[in-house]
Unconditional design. Structure first.
Length: 189
């Protein structure tokens, strides 16, 4: 699967960050084990002021000291999940999306040779978990969530994996990532 991912990224032209918006970056870290591809995700601390308890990829806002968005993603992953960047290789970038709060968020795809030993920074991350690709291939449990934002109500899909609910920007990045592996979903809200 990783070879397919690398091959498909070679021909992929990401849209790039939105220059007139505050910048952020996330890492979609994956590895293969026992013939299965896994994706690393986190559940944010319930004590955070923004997005408490939500599922997310490691990452965050760009700081002035960050020379690039890749550096932002690596720094944030190091802070959040104690990632040793020598254990991964960034193989590409997928489309930047704008968060509902106006943040330009760029996802980078990284691969590890094996399952990483990660440690959650309890100030930022409640839990670290690993989702097998088979979850997405085998008709995942998809429900809907009604969200209110700026006085507008809308429905959004939610992928339910064990006790975790994947939705919003994280789900959008996940769907774009899975599209590289020709995994598509049909959900009607």
């Amino acid at each position: 699967m990783i070879s397919t991912l690398k091959s498909n990224l070679e021909n992929y032209a990401p849209n790039g960050s939105l220059k007139d918006h505050p910048q952020a970056a996330v890492l979609i870290i994956c590895y293969e084990a026992d013939g299965e591809l896994f994706i690393v995700m986190t559940q944010r601390s319930k004590n955070l002021p923004r997005h408490p308890g939500e599922v997310a990829y490691p990452g965050g806002k760009r700081e002035k000291k960050d020379e690039s968005l890749i550096q932002t993603a690596l720094r944030e992953a190091s802070e959040e999940i104690d990632l040793d960047e020598s254990k991964i290789k960034i193989i590409g970038e997928i489309d930047t999306l704008k968060s509902r709060f106006g943040l330009s968020v760029t996802p980078f795809i990284a691969v590890a040779d094996e399952k990483l030993i990660l440690k959650a920074n309890s100030n930022e991350v409640e839990d670290i978990f690993y989702i097998p690709l088979s979850f997405f291939k085998n008709e995942p449990n998809i429900s809907k969530k009604v969200t209110n934002f700026k006085g507008e109500t809308f429905k959004t899909p939610v992928f339910n994996f064990e006790k975790y609910k994947i939705w919003g920007l994280t789900l959008a990045f996940t769907i774009n990532f899975l599209d590289l592996l020709d995994i598509k979903f049909d959900y009607d809200l």
